[in-house]
Design a protein around this ligand. Structure first.
Ligand code: ADP
Ligand code: MG
Length: 370
């Protein structure tokens, strides 16, 4: 058993502390919450790729900002904006409501609720892309509620894309000018830190080495997504439990990645010629228990493999070209890194999408068949 708190690995988990989102949270406080204290409403859009912490940040604000009434809603749970606003009404105390209320009825009710509680209101609408595209009329009522109905409500719309790309100047004017906040992708270091914190919360102490946490950050980096990183941590923990391990290994992470994103396929391997296969096998040998390896290990390994399988010995340039082909096919990851102070550069080679033990077996079978 290495998972001690499975909840902390769930997508819906909102950590006590959200790292690397200070800029976004500060901006929301400054441009929206502060003015709203004095009844000045301001609307904004939060946008960014999947897994960049949009939903968590919104739920975090709803949890922390006690001096406002914050209603968090997901637009995908409702057929239209009116149905969503009905749900907001239930949250602030409506017991029953006719289905065919007008916007004016809805905002009049919200006005009374705001008066009664003495707290101004923020409506957060997550996954709002379709609503922004297709419900201009309703949005107009919500975003201008202050002017039209004297309702001190501010709205945050959350979406993957910047909505200004599908809005004309006229749309923007009619909806009122609003600021937008980008949720940028996380860097490799940021993802690694998020994984460190999550592992501390969710897993038995000492069950994940820092190399493995860094490796997860590395594999998730192309997506910039904390969701991908945490899913890798979760799946590799279960892979590790399944093999009765007590410590997560690099191989467990590769297995998790191959479950999430089955990228190295039989058909890709079938395209390889005998030299590519031999080079791939040499890379596999070098990567057992290692996150990455160097060309010199691969070249050394080639001598042994050539002898073992009776493959003609090839000059180094041919081997370099084979590595390049494997990279282009996406089976192998190549990274050029500086070796520090004027030492030049060297190439690091890794395989992240499949366990080495599984790949090695497949490659050996293909070599024998040739
Ligand atoms: N800054 C962060 N610190 C810790 N965990 C985070 C952070 N950002 C996102 N996460 C975690 O990543 C997962 C996906 O985040 P989420 O907020 O749902 O992203 P989005 O809504 O942008 O797709 C959640 O499990 C969340 O807890
Ligand atoms: Mg989300």
């Amino acid at each position: 058993m290495i998972v001690r708190n499975p909840d902390a690995l769930d997508f819906s988990y909102v950590p006590q502390r959200l790292r690397f989102r200070d800029t976004q949270i500060d901006t929301i406080r400054k441009v929206m919450l502060e003015p709203l204290r004095s009844g000045i409403s301001a609307n904004l859009v939060a946008f960014g790729d999947s897994g960049t912490g949009k939903t968590s940040t919104m739920k975090y604000l709803a949890r922390e900002e006690k001096s406002f009434t914050i209603a968090y809603e997901n637009a995908l749970s409702f057929t239209n904006l009116r149905a969503l606003l009905l749900d907001v009404m239930y949250r602030v105390g409506k017991v029953s409501a006719a289905r065919n209320l007008s916007y004016s009825d809805i905002f009049r009710f919200l006005n009374r609720a705001i008066d009664k509680s003495g707290k101004n209101m923020v409506v957060i609408i997550d996954e709002a892309t379709n609503l922004i595209k297709f419900e201009r009329d309703g949005l107009y009522n919500l975003l201008r509620a202050r002017e039209i109905y004297s309702t001190p409500v501010s709205t945050i719309l959350v979406s993957m894309e910047d909505p200004s790309i599908y809005m004309t100047e006229r749309d923007r004017k009619s909806l009122g000018v609003f600021s937008s906040i980008l949720f940028n992708r996380y860097s490799e270091e940021e993802l690694t830190t998020i994984i460190e914190e999550r592992a501390r919360l969710a897993l038995v102490q000492g069950s994940v080495d820092s190399d493995v946490k860094r490796y997860i950050g590395h594999v998730a980096q192309p997506f910039g997504s904390a969701r991908v990183a945490i899913e890798l941590l979760q799946k590799s923990a279960y892979v590790c439990e399944y093999r009765n391990g007590t410590e997560l290994s690099i191989e467990d992470v590769r297995a998790a990645q191959s479950m999430i994103n089955p990228y190295v396929t039989e058909s890709k391997l079938n395209e390889l010629d005998p030299l590519d296969l031999a080079v791939l096998l040499s890379i596999c040998h070098c990567l057992v228990d290692e996150p990455s390896t160097s060309m010199s290990c691969v070249l050394d390994g080639m001598r042994v493999i050539s002898e073992q399988y009776g493959i003609p010995v090839r000059e180094n340039t041919a081997i370099y070209r084979a590595v390049k082909r494997l990279e282009n096919l996406g089976i192998v990851e190549g990274r050029v890194i500086g070796r520090g102070d004027r030492q030049g550069v060297s190439k690091l080679i890794g395989i992240n999408d499949i366990p080495i033990s599984v790949l090695q077996e497949k490659v050996e079978a293909l070599i024998r068949r040739n």
